[in-house]
Design a binder for this molecule. Structure first.
Ligand code: G3P
Ligand code: MG
Length: 246
């Protein structure tokens, strides 16, 4: 399918309403009306792509220590929901494969953010892209592979050039457009805080859809859409979705 990005994308699923980067968070985003989600992917010690934001297990699971120092079996034994609320106790850290199976069953699309543990940039991009390439149904929306790490984007460009890449940045500085072009990026993913209307215009003139994060307030959402931003990545897809359709 050609790249068809919706105006609203759930951040880490629906981060405000369910434990981030879990299957219940994907289901919740869908329930709130999101047709796509963004999530973070990194590797276990034994090289399996899982959904996880932090380098350590401490904040979002019942475990402790570096994600990269734990095997999939060790991570699967942890609770990734109780920290968020008792209703989510027993939630597991999902593998990328499980998350894709759920999204496919819901007919959703996704932006996978490659969030490598230090030193595993290329390896993480290759492992995640290989699974997406192998398992994601071609009849469903083409996913976008983004990363803050240029080495991850370069590895994806080299080995999986056909998967659209997203240039992710806290702030667009220096020759960001040239860098995005050199990495063959289709889309630009800036944080909203230091983004300018002129930058949005420049990206659009160069043919890049702009996906902005993390937009949780209605007036900001409306302003960004008025600037020509294509998609808002939000913790609150239901609330922001209602605000922008009013
Ligand atoms: O991909 C957009 C956004 O998720 C990047 O920041 O820290 O929430 O992964 P972070
Ligand atoms: Mg992210």
């Amino acid at each position: 399918m050609p790249l068809a990005i919706p105006r609203l994308i759930g951040h880490r699923g629906a981060k405000a309403s369910a434990p981030e980067n879990t299957l219940p968070a994907i289901e919740e985003a869908h329930r709130q009306g999101a047709t796509w989600i963004e999530f973070d992917a990194k590797l276990t010690k034994d090289g399996v792509p899982i959904l996880m934001h932090d380098e350590t297990l401490d904040r979002t699971t019942s475990g402790k220590g570096d994600v990269a120092a734990h095997t999939l079996a060790e991570i699967r034994a942890l609770d990734a929901g109780a920290w968020f609320g008792p209703a989510f106790a027993g939630t597991k850290v999902p593998t990328l494969e499980e998350a894709m199976a759920l999204m496919a069953s819901l007919g959703m699309g996704f932006n996978i953010e490659i969030k490598p543990c230090p030193g595993r940039e290329a390896e993480t991009a290759r492992a995640a892209c290989a699974l997406v390439d192998e398992l994601w149904p071609k009849s469903l929306p083409t996913p976008v592979v983004s990363s803050f790490k240029r080495a991850a984007l370069a590895a994806a460009q080299k080995d999986f050039a056909h998967l659209p890449r997203g240039y992710l940045a806290e702030e667009l500085t220096g020759d960001w457009l040239g860098e995005a072009k050199a990495l063959g990026c289709a889309t630009i993913h800036p944080g909203w805080k230091r983004l300018t209307e002129a930058q949005v215009r420049a990206a659009k003139v160069a043919g890049h859809p702009v996906l902005v994060w993390t937009v949780n307030e209605a007036p900001r959402a409306r302003e960004l859409l008025a600037w020509g931003v294509d998609a808002l990545i939000t913790d609150k897809p239901g609330e922001i979705g209602a605000a922008i359709t009013r």
